[in-house]
Design a protein around this ligand. Structure first.
Ligand code: GUN
Length: 293
């Protein structure tokens, strides 16, 4: 019973990566195309370094070509844009990813807009976000895209379901809400955030709750309806004297508290996180195949 309740993102992501690996072999032998992904890492944010390393390792695993350019913290906007431009023109590169956040002196939107939207495998470019809202073909941002795959591959019915998204970020909350109201999913969506009054009024009515607010163990059992589905996007480091590292990773959902009452739930780690990387790789494959643009 317990296994059925847990949505195993690690396992689903692993299956998707295996599918991509097989398709990549075909693409290489039939069309002589190797999917290529360029990473740009600015400054020395330790989390960003870990994320980019992990993404680049996944490229190796599935047979992609990848390149990582590291730029110093004091780099200028013009220098970053010049590098992006060279990747825009490079035919071997099908996807460009600038790891966020950028140092405070750099305007993130200006940088994202410099990426050719046809290579914007993160799905952050205004052209892709606009198409997403219109329901047109586009690159979907990887975390929301990963959540849709978790729902589909776990056979979770979304049609007409009351869905509450907690968090309104450009990376998760905003795109997620727009994806789930599309005809493909047919959810009724409420977006809650830090200034929402009486958040329980929404969550107690929700069949599906997606939490992305960056507050450790925020969602508690008294806030949820019995048998609801919970998707936890949070990745929070909290002190843990029992752990060798001195910390542990927890989500935005109090997993142990909600487990009994909910219908299905994603764990942290091993839920949404691995899916984000899998969908980045998927977007890059589709870009290389010319399936999006
Ligand atoms: N920073 C946190 N998540 C992401 C992501 O999905 N893509 C990029 N480029 N930066 C991030």
């Amino acid at each position: 019973m317990i296994e059925n309740k847990i949505i195993d993102g690690k396992k689903i992501a692993s299956k998707i990566k295996q599918e991509i690996k097989t398709e990549t072999v075909d693409l290489k032998s039939n069309l002589k195309i190797t999917p290529g992904l360029a990473f740009i890492l600015v400054g020395n944010n330790p989390s960003s370094e870990i994320y980019v390393n992990s993404k680049s390792k996944t490229c190796d695993e599935v047979g992609f070509f990848s390149v990582t350019e590291k730029l110093p913290d004091n780099v200028t906007k013009e220098e970053i844009i010049q590098l992006i431009d060279s990747f825009n023109k490079n035919e071997k590169i099908h996807g460009i990813l600038v790891q966020l956040p950028l140092p405070v002196h750099i305007n993130e939107l200006e940088i994202i807009e410099a990426i050719d939207y046809k290579k914007d495998v993160d799905g952050f470019h205004p052209e892709n976000i606009g198409r997403l809202i219109l329901g047109d073909k586009c690159f979907l941002p990887c975390t929301p895209y990963g959540i849709t795959e978790l729902l589909k591959r776990s056979n979770i019915e979304t049609r007409g379901k009351n869905t509450v998204i907690i968090g309104r970020s450009n990376i998760v909350g905003k795109p997620m809400s727009n994806i789930l109201i599309q005809k493909q999913f047919n959810c009724t969506v409420s977006v809650c955030h830090s200034l929402t009054k009486n958040i329980e009024d929404y969550t107690l009515n929700a069949d599906l709750i997606i939490v992305a607010i960056g507050k450790p163990n925020y969602l508690k059992s008294e806030m949820i309806k019995k048998d609801c589905v919970i998707i936890d996007v949070g990745i929070n480091r909290i002190e843990d004297a029992m752990s060798k590292r001195g910390y542990k990773i927890v989500g935005d959902v109090d997993f142990n508290d909600c487990f009994e009452k909910c219908g299905k739930i994603t764990p942290v780690p091993g839920g949404v996180g691995p899916m984000t990387i899998a969908m980045l790789i998927k977007n890059t494959l589709e870009s290389a195949k010319g399936n999006i643009y």
